[in-house]
Ligand binder design. Structure first.
Ligand code: SF4
Length: 315
């Protein structure tokens, strides 16, 4: 049975959710507001690669209203109004989401991050990027900001298998990720890892090894979603050619529950599902909302009488 206060909490809630983590840390209801700051990606413009990751179509993970042509402040205002009205959120974290949000001069980054932080209801920023696109200057800038504001650095790993990373045209290695996490650690940044499960050739056992990797790194939170094919991507072509077989919903839920049991309860979970607009979602088409997937996984853990970290060796 669980012993520490944290273990007891997560055995009741089953998952250490990031929303609860933020509420406990700041004592307020806090929402993330996605913005598109007009960045591009070095895996698309030729500096690291061309064509991008085989599953990447940024439309699929950019909610409506986050278009780069809309000024940052307008995107923020619309997002904050939405979250205030819908969830009663009081303060906000501005999430620089689309493409690679440290891919620019430190002057540009400083200007964009400062504009977000100027709003009195913004407590911090979350910055999504690639592990091979984090310059020392960008890291120092984030460290400086973290002296007074909350900063979450979201690093995309996706798979810990270098062969998979090559096959999906990811353009970086596991070692790049480990190095980036090491450089970011100890700077008062929250570090979030992005993972995907369901790559061609990946077994559940392969994926479950990722829990041990995360346990051994100074990762504070995690985002996971199923591999899904959306229109306009190489993965959609592979699906139509019969070379990509999506996971079944049952197998995804089972494996994610297994993964969470192995994951230390100290790691907060930001996301367990990826949804794409219906008009571009090719496969799998599970038709669930984010919260429906969340509760499907909680229900599976409840059915097992289990919780995040029940089988983890490190916490
Ligand atoms: S690194 Fe991100 S933005 Fe760049 S191609 Fe891959 S998924 Fe797309």
């Amino acid at each position: 049975m669980p012993n520490t206060p944290d273990e007891r909490l997560h055995s009741q809630l089953h998952i250490n959710s990031y929303g609860v983590y933020l509420r406990r840390r700041f004592g307020l209801r806090i929402s993330k507001v996605n913005v598109d700051a007009g960045f591009t990606c070095p895996n698309r413009d030729g500096s690291k690669g061309t064509g991008g990751c085989i599953y990447c179509n940024n439309v699929s993970f950019s909610p409506k209203g986050t278009q780069s042509v809309v000024p940052l402040e307008e995107q923020m205002a619309a997002g904050m109004t939405y979250h205030r009205t819908r969830l009663g959120s009081e303060k906000f974290i501005i999430y620089f989401q689309k493409y690679t949000n440290t891919y620019g001069s430190v002057k540009l980054l400083s200007d964009l991050y400062s504009r977000a932080l100027d709003h009195p209801d913004v407590i911090g920023i979350s910055v999504g990027t690639r592990p091979d696109s984090l310059s020392d200057d960008a890291l120092d800038l984030l460290t400086e900001i973290a002296r007074t504001k909350y900063v979450c650095l979201e690093l995309g790993l996706q798979s810990m298998d270098d062969a998979i990373l090559t096959s999906i045209n990811r353009g970086h290695t596991l070692d790049d990720f480990i190095q980036a996490v090491g450089r970011a650690a100890g700077r008062n940044l929250d570090i979030c890892a992005h993972l995907i499960y369901g790559f061609p050739g990946e077994s559940a056992a392969d994926f479950l090894n990722t829990a041990d990797l995360m346990a051994g790194l100074p990762i504070d939170s995690l985002k996971l979603h199923q591999l899904h094919a959306v229109e306009g991507t190489r993965l959609a072509d592979l699906y139509r050619q019969g070379e990509f077989t999506p996971l079944t919903l049952d197998s995804y839920i089972t494996t994610v529950a297994d993964f969470l049991e192995l994951l230390p309860p100290r790691i907060a979970i930001q996301r367990l599902y990826g949804s794409a607009p219906l008009d571009i979602c090719v496969a799998p088409q599970w038709g669930l909302k984010n919260n429906q997937m969340w509760y499907a996984i909680v229900n599976e853990l409840t059915r097992r009488g289990s919780w995040q970290g029940r089988r983890s060796e490190l916490s």
